[in-house]
Design a protein. Structure first.
Ligand code: NVA
Length: 367
């Protein structure tokens, strides 16, 4: 067979093939350094772990199935992962943790760049084996597409040397967290390269990568060496006390237009490439909710975690009315998708998907 199955260079070209996660058997993992640093101090998740309540798993799966069917009805091929048993512990020669996380969200694990899907190192111990949920799909793409490059970044050791101990105290306080974020002092050290795929945004020849809790500078350097034909840019969003995953902070909608979280604005000295090339960075609308749903790791800013279907069409969560209104004003057709009851499983519409194929090639948007 000689067909191209895997091809996606950016976040907005017409989407033709995507992976949508599953909530089956998802767990709240036991305490571990990088995960604890991300759980907000007032969160209902502190001190809890174990399998998520079955009724929440069923509800999340119902929503994910409906989302998958909505995409299929628009002619998009949708594949689903094959869940491994997330109740199993993770034991390596270097660490042990009591359970895994789940096969949500795929965006955290898989980074698609052109004909390549790269499995990220990951930075949480409970997510060390998460790539196995996607291996049946990646093997199939490998059989179907002779040009598909299946790559895996070096598995990290994730010993205690990977984490700063001052982040492990019970009460740090938001003020100190913000100061640390400003100083680029994050929970992960520079012991070895670490990155989660959801810290990376693809803009054709340019990759924009958030340096924070889940991606360190060595992880960004690893990406730079791995993609020698790309320009790789490290960015920070100092207003975020829990900086993981870029996709509720900075959301490109089409060439020339990006939404930015107004509480986590890109600093002036990091805006050069966008300004020089006439890109507009606009504040995202306020979220419709004051708090995340129960047992959720993410912030209310999942409102801006949208999935762009093409430069004129975007999926927005159904209850996020202000975000939908803003999209409309920006000239986008809005596809409403109900997903809020699945947020607790690891995120919103962008998180719960991973690109396989978008039309188009590798453009240089920042010449
Ligand atoms: N940093 C994120 C995770 C988003 C997917 C948050 O706002 O919770």
């Amino acid at each position: 067979m000689n067909k191209t199955v895997v091809n996606s260079w950016n976040e907005w070209d017409p989407l033709r093939h995507v992976i949508v996660g599953r909530a089956d058997n998802c767990h709240i993992p036991p305490e571990e350094p990088a995960l604890d640093a991300k759980v907000p101090e007032d969160s209902d998740m502190r001190g809890q772990w174990g399998k998520r309540p079955q009724e929440t798993i069923d509800r999340a799966n119902e929503l994910l199935d409906t989302f998958a069917a909505q995409l299929q009805a628009r002619g998009i091929r949708v594949d689903r992962p094959v869940p491994i048993d997330h109740s199993q512990p993770v034991t390596t020669p270097d660490f042990h943790t009591g359970s895994q996380f789940g096969c949500m969200p795929p965006r955290d694990v898989l980074l698609t760049v052109g004909p390549e899907i790269l499995e990220a190192t990951m930075s949480y111990r409970c997510r060390w084996f998460e790539y196995l949920n996607y291996r049946p799909l990646l093997q199939r793409y490998w059989e179907e597409d002779p040009n598909f490059r299946h790559e895996a970044a070096p598995k990290p050791r994730l010993t205690d040397a990977d984490y700063h101990p001052d982040y492990l105290s019970e009460k740090i306080g938001v003020e100190k967290r913000l100061k640390w974020a400003e100083e680029k002092h994050f929970v992960t050290t520079e012991e070895e390269p670490l990155f989660d795929a959801a810290d990376v945004l693809r803009f054709g020849r340019d990759l924009v990568v958030q340096h924070g809790f889940t991606t360190n500078l060595k992880g960004i350097e690893w990406l730079r060496r791995h993609f020698p034909d790309h320009r790789v840019h490290a960015v920070n969003f100092p207003g975020d006390p829990y900086p993981i995953h870029i996709d509720a902070t900075f959301t490109p909608l089409r060439p020339g237009l990006i939404l930015n979280n107004p509480q986590r604005r890109l600093p002036k000295d990091q805006r050069g490439m966008f300004e020089k090339n006439g890109w507009e960075i606009v504040d995202a609308a306020q979220p419709a909710h004051n708090a995340p749903p129960p047992l959720c790791y993410s912030s209310v800013w999942l409102s801006m975690n949208v999935l762009v279907l093409d430069p004129k069409t975007v999926c927005v969560e159904k209850s996020e009315v202000y975000q939908a209104e803003q999209m409309d004003k920006l000239g986008m057709e809005v596809v409403e998708v109900e997903l809020r009851d699945a947020y607790a499983f690891g995120g919103g519409l962008h998180c719960c998907t991973a690109d396989v194929y978008r039309e188009g090639g590798c453009e240089d948007y920042f010449p």
